[in-house]
Design a protein around this ligand. Sequence first.
Ligand SMILES: *Cc1c(COP(=O)(O)O)cnc(C)c1O
Length: 262
Amino acid sequence: MKKIYSYGKQTISEDDIQAVVETLKSDWLTQGPTIKKFEDELCKLFGSKYASAVSNGTAGLHLIALGLKWKKDDIIITSPITFLASANCAFYAGAQIDFADIDSSSYTIDINKLEDKIKYYLSQNRKVKAVVAVDFAGHPCDWEELKTLKEKYDFQLVNDFCHALGAEYKNDFQYAVKYADAVNLSFHPVKHITTGEGGAVLTNNEELDKRIKTLRTHGITKDESILEKNDGPWYYEMHEVGFNYRITDFQCALGISQLKKL
Ligand SMILES: *Cc1c(COP(=O)(O)O)cnc(C)c1O
């Protein structure tokens, strides 16, 4: 048999295993209370108002694209030095992707080159809808400058934070949600901590969080304030086409345990 080489190695302790086993013995393998518990831990740790745990980081980016209402002909700009999902999420929403090159000292998106791109599109009468900035290999982007550009040109700002769990920017561990409208995390085993497959979206925007939570479970809602009618506890409505991007409870149990290692 062909030897398989791994390009990363997770650290799984006895505590992690016990956490998963406990959840496997509980009533809930999925859609249970451990998901909210993991989300609450993520909020506390990263200083976010809201968190949605999802099936993987790519699903998180897809939900961000839909949550931020990207559509056909919208222009999204990201870094050319990243994992492919940072760019693909634009296509999932039917939008267009373009790249602004990196700063050769930080390997993160170059602010001047980004501004040049934005100005180029403006000269064509086109507005950049969003920037997906990547905190590459643990190096935070120049978020102060990105925020200044966001205010100047009015675009949405996403942090593809998959490489930077645990990073600090201006001595602040909780910087990510302070600058970006949405922050994307992955818990693939090659990242800092793992849930096997898994991801999460952090945001301080309540409306965006609600959209992401609905879209990750088929676009289904039971929220009484928006139901068209209400036929009791089994009744639900689908208000738009969503996906099954849920994560399981036993993965979230692993996530809660792994967070102690970050
Ligand atoms: C890993 C990674 C993703 C995708 O995460 P998955 O959980 O593997 O889908 C997206 N963006 C970056 C920068 C990543 O490193």
